[in-house]
Design a protein around this ligand. Structure first.
Ligand code: CA
Length: 241
């Protein structure tokens, strides 16, 4: 069965290019130019779960003629775990953070390549399938081996000692490998709700983790910075074994 995408984009040219490109990749695309059209399609989806017409992912532009696409994120999140990708021309970090904290899976700033969009779709769909089939306990990426239940990390076959907080931070990023996680989400989940403003903790611990895990901490390949937004553990298949 084809993976079905709900695409919301008011720019006619971009909508057509995205629809055609994604259909060429084997996706089925239901495209809309307005918030009201997308809301109607989504409400139908939410009311008819498990129908073959159901969407697997939502791709939404923010600036739409009849409102802001971010309201669609809240509609999705209030009722389902359907992945949501935001495509936007807005560059400011504040709105990206708000969207991610509101439950968007990821964002792409226009202009972006179709290859980049496909990679983000793949990551978001994998995140969704992991919620149904939890990840394997053993993760191998490049020179790194991580055993989550045993809390064991090896690099090039050698045991790496991580403090409990370092390990918890690593595990939190791995739970969404390939996706950006905001500073606020990381601080809340690793340190607790009262620490969400303590971004300096995060910087300190990321420096330590990189020193222990990266081959060259100055040029990280695993623990990537999303400037002003948060961090992203690289896509798990992005490095050769
Ligand atoms: Ca727009």
């Amino acid at each position: 069965m084809k993976i079905r995408i709900l695409l919301v984009e008011d720019d006619l040219t971009l909508r057509q290019v995205l629809k055609q490109s994604l259909e060429l990749e084997g996706f089925s695309v239901d495209s809309h130019s307005t918030l009201s059209g997308a809301r109607a399609a989504l409400t139908y989806h939410l009311n008819t779960l498990r129908s073959p017409d159901n969407f697997s992912i939502v791709i939404v532009d923010l600036g739409l003629p009849d409102g802001d696409g971010s309201s669609l994120i809240r509609l999705v999140r209030s009722q389902s775990t359907l992945p949501v990708l935001v495509i936007s021309a807005r560059e400011d970090d504040g709105s990206k953070i708000d969207l991610l904290d509101a439950g968007a899976d990821d964002y792409l700033v226009k202009p972006f390549s179709i290859g980049e969009l496909k990679a983000r779709i793949r990551v978001a769909l994998r995140r969704q399938s992991r919620e149904v089939n939890p990840p394997t306990d053993e993760i191998r990426i490049g020179a790194l081996e991580i055993n989550l239940p045993k809390r064991l990390v090896k690099r090039c076959g050698e045991r790496v000692h991580l403090t409990p907080t370092e390990f918890n931070l690593l595990a939190r990023l791995l739970a969404q490998a390939g996706q950006v996680v905001t500073h606020r989400q990381l601080l809340n989940d690793v340190w607790g709700a009262e620490y969400v403003e303590h971004v300096h903790y995060l910087r300190l611990y990321m420096t330590q983790l990189r020193a222990k895990l990266e081959l060259d901490p100055a040029v990280p390949e695993l623990l990537l910075t999303e400037t002003g937004v948060g961090y992203r553990f690289c896509e798990l298949r992005a490095l050769p074994d």
